[in-house]
Write a protein that binds this ligand. Structure first.
Ligand code: ATP
Ligand code: MTE
Length: 181
């Protein structure tokens, strides 16, 4: 077994919201991500948490810090993916992680569209910075499960391919797919 396969994954959970970051409303999306991971993952992991305002520099710097200093294998962001002027999460993600995986954004929007027509407004992307995969989720708490259910079957294999920690899921809850064992 490789060292990557044996070690606990480090997962960054980043809430990006002007108002949640100053306590004007309670962040529900970050906790929804953590609850999802706790339900689905059977392999060991620990969470590094951030709640930050919208903006290009704030988000880019947080993502780079989580990837390079905290050695995150996976970062899940929530919020700031829409078309409003301060929604800059996709641009900041691209600045931190130039190698985009377009299928993630496409599939999350497709699944979200089955629930709300405004799903097309999310510019969410996924991209990797070396051995760290970053996935953007919309800000709405209800979008978390829909989007993660869409992309999580392929996420553990993606982490294998970029040299990140190995993730295992509970097959009764969510089957992850690895073409080669
Ligand atoms: N992290 C979150 N926790 C709980 N509710 C959220 C969160 N993010 C967004 N929402 C809800 O979704 C609505 C629309 O989300 P949107 O991304 O437009 O947030 P926003 O209003 O632009 O946030 P902000 O102004 O704080 O950046 C919010 O008004 C809020 O009700
Ligand atoms: N599954 C799902 N996707 C969704 C939504 C939702 O309620 N559920 N809201 C949409 C809306 S209204 C917007 S504006 C965009 C961007 O949201 P964000 O700026 O909070 O990231 O996500 C979209 N994607």
């Amino acid at each position: 077994m490789t060292e990557e396969a044996k070690r606990a994954a480090t997962i960054g959970v980043v809430t990006i919201s002007d108002r949640a970051s100053i306590g004007l409303y309670e962040d529900q999306s970050g906790p929804a991500i953590i609850a999802y991971l706790s339900r689905v993952l059977t392999s060991p992991f620990h969470i590094v948490r951030r709640i930050i305002p919208d903006g290009f520099d704030s988000v880019r710097d947080a993502l780079i810090g989580l990837a390079d200093d905290e050695h995150c294998d996976l970062i899940l962001t929530t919020g700031g993916t829409g078309p409003a002027p301060r929604d800059l999460t996709p641009e900041a993600t691209l600045a931190a992680a130039p190698r985009v995986l377009p299928g993630f954004g496409e599939l999350m929007r497709q699944e979200s569209l089955k629930q709300v027509p405004t799903a097309i407004l999310s510019r969410q992307i996924a991209a990797h910075r070396g051995a760290c995969l970053i996935i953007n989720l919309p800000g709405k708490p209800a979008s978390i499960e829909t989007c993660l259910n869409a992309v999580f079957p392929a996420t553990p294999y993606c982490l294998d391919l970029i040299g990140a920690a190995r993730l295992e899921t509970d097959p009764l809850i969510l089957k992850s797919f690895r073409p080669k064992q």
